[in-house]
Design a protein around this ligand. Structure first.
Ligand SMILES: *[C@@H]1O[C@H](CO)[C@@H](O)[C@H](O)[C@H]1NC(C)=O
Ligand SMILES: *[C@@H]1O[C@H](CO)[C@@H](O)[C@H](O)[C@H]1NC(C)=O
Length: 410
């Protein structure tokens, strides 16, 4: 598999090795003669006047689709700082390297990027199994390589050059971003919107899709220091990122995808060693209580934000994850649903919002881990736990109560 996914892939592979549950079903294999079941690779292109840390030209991977939709995806990857010794203990997962080191990795140079990218999944996938609604959309997967939260490699001119490489006049553009890619969009959407207006000179339905942006790093001074260093370097302040105030300024319809137990937030930033990127099984009752407080605090802010932004959408699952939209497992998989009962797949909910179908675009689990059972990695050898069956029943009851209450706005 492709090395850009190195760190995330290790995470997924580790998750599958440790828990038998993830790999058990048919959905991981596309049916052989399903229409469009062949996955097509994305093709490498270079962006004009756009450079990585080591001076190599920044790259993107392109899929030429056949609809009026264009998806421009800004990848995640943290930052670089001068001294990363405090973060070495976390390994690659922290996504905070020193700049000298990052210079030589795939987050700092496009040296060695292959011509074709085969591991595209989820929103970047182009078959029915990976990406049921948007598989035929035109796509550009923008690779992150400046260590500066996109601020060095991307600007209005570069973005215009990127658009000019796409062979369509789009009716709709989805600016999608994970992590720092998402925060870049939050801060720069206006410039990008201006470019889009000028370039196409007609109405384009512009949407933003934010995935796994972190909302709170307040409990870890080392992380605060690191991001302060990186934001200063590019002329931002800390209020421009990790902040609901920054989000509130955005005046483009935006859909937020959030794991209520984002492992980067909990494990790296909040320092819970018990997470292990997969589950909360190893956390003590006391830790679980602290984690709940953090989760509910963020969820409340998201709910408030949605009240203030009637044309926005939210999909927030009660599971341990980070980066949901570019993994088929999370984007278009029956095990990842909110609510967990039929019909809550992220790809479906996002599409409903995109097409302005239905009147509720705010979807969040109201239960704690592991009550969204299918996505919680807690099946052991297919045996179900009677306690969990109770949880599932309670979930259904609570969920229908919530629906009722929302309907009458109690
Ligand atoms: C830079 O990163 C490398 C690789 O992670 C590490 O071995 C080295 O100690 C780091 N140096 C500083 C000053 O952070
Ligand atoms: C990164 O690599 C380039 C090219 O080799 C070099 O000029 C630059 O000084 C390096 N930057 C850092 C921070 O090591």
């Amino acid at each position: 598999m492709f090395f850009v996914y190195f760190a995330s892939l290790i995470y997924l592979l580790a998750a599958q090795g440790e828990e038998e549950s993830i790999e058990d079903d048919e959905f991981l294999k596309p049916p052989p003669d399903d229409e469009g079941s062949l996955a097509h690779p994305l093709h490498r292109t270079y962006l004009q006047d756009s450079y990585c840390m080591d001076g190599t030209q920044a790259a993107a991977y392109v899929y030429e689709g056949s609809t009026d939709d264009l998806i421009m995806y800004f990848y995640s990857g943290g930052i670089c700082v001068e001294d990363s010794t405090k973060f070495l203990k976390y390994g690659d997962y922290v996504y905070i390297d020193n700049c000298t080191h990052r210079n030589t990795t795939f987050y700092g140079t496009t040296n060695g990027y292959p011509e074709e990218f085969n591991a595209n999944q989820g929103l970047m996938g182009n078959n029915k199994y990976q990406n049921v609604h948007l598989r035929k959309a035109h796509k550009m997967f923008l690779m992150y390589c400046d260590g500066n939260m996109w601020y060095k490699q991307m600007n209005a001119q570069v973005f215009k050059g990127a658009l000019s490489q796409m062979k369509l006049i789009p009716k709709r553009i989805i600016l999608a971003g994970s992590g720092v890619g998402g925060w870049y969009l939050v801060n720069k959407y206006n410039e990008l919107r201006t470019v889009i207006k000028e370039f196409y000179q007609e109405d384009v339905d512009l949407r933003i899709l934010l995935d796994s942006v972190i909302f709170d790093i307040s409990r870890n001074q080392d992380i605060i220091d690191a991001y302060t260093e990186a934001t200063k370097r590019v002329g931002l302040t800390m209020d421009d990122i990790f902040s609901f105030d920054a989000l509130r300024k955005v005046d483009v319809p935006t859909f937020i995808v959030h794991a209520q137990y984002d492992w980067w937030q909990l494990e790296i930033s909040d320092g819970f060693d018990c997470i292990g990127k997969i589950h909360l099984d190893k956390c003590t009752p006391k830790e679980k209580k602290q984690i709940e407080k953090i989760r509910l605090g963020i969820l409340q802010q998201l709910k408030d934000l949605m009240k203030a932004k009637p044309d926005w959408g939210l999909w927030a699952i009660s599971c341990v994850f980070n980066e949901l939209i570019i993994w088929t497992e999370a984007w278009n998989h029956p095990k990842f649903q909110v609510p967990m009962i039929d019909g809550g797949k992220l790809s479906d909910k996002f599409q409903d919002w995109l097409e302005n179908r239905g009147d509720n675009h705010v979807h969040y689990d109201i239960v704690s881990w592991p009550d969204n059972k299918p996505c919680s990695n807690i099946f052991h050898n297919g045996k179900t736990d009677p306690q969990l069956d109770d949880m599932i029943r309670n979930y259904e009851i609570k969920e229908s109560r919530r629906k009722r209450e929302e309907k009458y706005d109690l």
